[in-house]
Design a protein around this ligand. Structure first.
Ligand code: HEM
Length: 497
């Protein structure tokens, strides 16, 4: 940013010249060749490293490449250069320390289609309008969370408890129940509405949001961004994506219209705050104009960001506990001692270190957004001493950082005890929610959900393998935008107080 020495922080304050600004100025006097060139696998003519990106478990593959090329390397795909960051140190440097250089999102043909023309928070590029949008949603979310988040999660945790009680000790896949619980937290916060597992409306909404995430993450779709010529060919996967996006928009539009027409609408719901917010915005002196499409896309952001992530994390937790039942016993004993029979509150967090270490260890081993969301350099900058030109796509490999042998001993083992007092690890190297200007918008919601849902479940149930099965759940998982576990069926027995 020549002629603009001050860099603005995402909280609105200003700071002294950022390191990247200094780098830019110095770079005027240095030949680029003085910066070492980034390592990376050799690419093939035209397609570059496209094949590397079609691997069935991309986070594991990128982490393996880091063993050969180091904590920062480049991949080429068509005419796009991607830089993969594989340690918490380099991820922090880019996302937190130099946030103002790397806060962009890649603008793409298919990204535009799923994000209402770049109007979503998660996929929108960094500019004044995006900042106003994120601020608006952040404050609506904060207001709503202060008023009712704890109560909303408690209610869903109690409901989940009842659902599990009704299974009466049979072996069932709990993934769908976790999805309903997480989704109801978000729909209650957003529209003041909750659903039954059998609700057709809920099933339609989820099947279409899941389809969009899965299709958009597929290489059939990403190829269209890198190779524009392919857009001229018939592509059934792309046609399905378009159909699901139309379906999603119809569902959300109907929800928003219903909300607007309600006589006794929940004034605390985020939708209400957002609609009031855009009215105020339109009447203010601000240059940027936020409209109904921003409320619409924010709703999509919250539903997508807040449902499968939390639900997948809960499924991972139960699976890991089946692998090490003594950890489950440890958490249960801590809950009994500290709570003395009552239900937990989020304020009990500091008195439940064993439970917190379990939460941190599952977030470390299975960060449910394993590659975060790609960032984009919005100006020339550097990471770890390498020159990164404007426009470069940055992939924060959170999964890789969480398995970095330089930071974690036995990085692939499930050992929550590493985080308890006297253990060898601090949580500083954990980055499951990303960082900087693009830090997960729902971090506070997610943290309270993970804590309360897990505490409620482990207070009242013991998860064990079904009698007729001695095969433990497979912990490799399936990686798309969200890292999920393959279906498995634990048996949950009630613990009577
Ligand atoms: C973005 C993780 C739950 C809403 C992200 C990112 C990560 C992440 C890694 C990308 C950050 C980046 O680009 O650097 C998680 C995890 C969750 C979780 C691990 C639960 C275990 C939630 C919830 C919500 C949510 C509950 C909504 C209430 C969002 C949104 C973004 C986002 C809107 C886009 C932020 C932006 O681009 O500015 N999340 N998330 N997430 N998350 Fe979450």
């Amino acid at each position: 940013q020549r002629g603009k020495p001050l860099h603005e922080h995402h909280n609105g304050s200003t700071s002294k010249v950022s390191e990247s600004g200094l780098w830019q100025r110095l770079s005027q006097f240095l030949p680029w060749s003085s910066s070492p060139s980034l390592p990376g696998p050799p690419g093939f003519f035209l397609i570059g490293n496209m094949m590397e990106l079609t691997h069935d478990h991309l986070p594991i593959h990128l982490t393996n490449l880091a063993q050969r090329y180091g904590s920062i390397y480049r991949l080429k795909c068509g005419n796009t250069t991607m830089v993969v960051l594989n340690s918490s140190e380099v991820i922090r440097e880019a996302l937190v320390k130099k946030w103002s250089d790397f806060a962009g999102r890649p603008v793409s043909y298919t990204g535009d289609i799923v994000s209402g023309g770049g109007c979503s928070i998660s996929l929108g590029d960094y500019n004044e309008k995006w900042r106003a949008h994120r601020r608006l949603v952040h404050s609506a979310l904060q207001r709503c969370c202060q008023k009712s988040l704890h109560e909303v999660i408690e209610r869903q945790a109690l409901h989940l408890r009842k659902v599990l009680m009704d299974y009466d000790g049979s072996a069932v896949d709990l993934a769908e129940d976790f999805t309903v619980a997480a989704s109801n937290v978000i729909t209650t916060l957003t529209f003041g509405k909750e659903y039954d597992k059998s609700s057709v409306e809920l099933q339609q909404l989820h099947s279409c949001l899941n389809e969009i995430v899965a299709l958009w993450g597929s290489s059939w779709i990403s190829a269209l961004d890198s190779f524009p010529l392919l857009r001229k060919l018939p592509n059934p996967v792309f046609s399905r994506l378009l159909k699901e996006v139309t379906k999603r928009d119809d569902i959300i539009r109907e929800h928003l219209n219903n909300y607007k027409s309600q006589d006794n609408k929940s004034e605390d719901a985020i939708t209400g705050s957002l609609l009031r917010g855009i009215d105020q915005h339109q009447n203010s002196e601000e240059d940027v104009l936020l409209t109904d499409i921003h409320v619409h896309m924010a709703t999509v952001d919250l539903l997508i960001g807040g449902t499968e992530t939390t639900a997948a994390w809960l499924s991972w937790t139960v699976a890991f506990l089946l692998h090490r039942p003594e950890v489950q016993t440890g958490v249960y004993e801590e809950l009994c001692t500290v709570l003395e029979g009552r239900y937990p509150k989020y304020s009990d967090k500091h008195r439940l270190p064993v439970l917190c270490s379990l939460i941190n260890e599952v977030l470390r081993l299975r960060p449910v957004a394993p590659l975060a969301v790609p960032h984009r350099a919005i100006r020339d900058s550097s990471i770890a001493g390498y020159f990164i030109p404007k426009g470069t796509v940055i992939i924060p490999n959170v999964f890789g950082a969480h398995h970095d042998p330089a930071v974690w001993s036995e990085p692939y083992s499930f050992r929550p005890e590493r985080f308890v007092e006297g253990g060898s690890c601090s949580t500083r190297a954990l980055l499951p929610f990303g960082g900087g200007a693009r830090l997960c918008l729902g971090e506070a919601v997610a943290k309270m959900e993970l804590f309360l849902f897990t505490a409620y479940l482990l207070r009242d149930f013991q998860f064990i393998l079904p009698n007729n099965s001695d095969s433990l759940p497979d912990l490799r998982g399936v990686a798309s935008v969200v890292l999920k576990i393959n279906s498995y069926k634990p048996l949950e027995t009630n613990i009577i107080y």
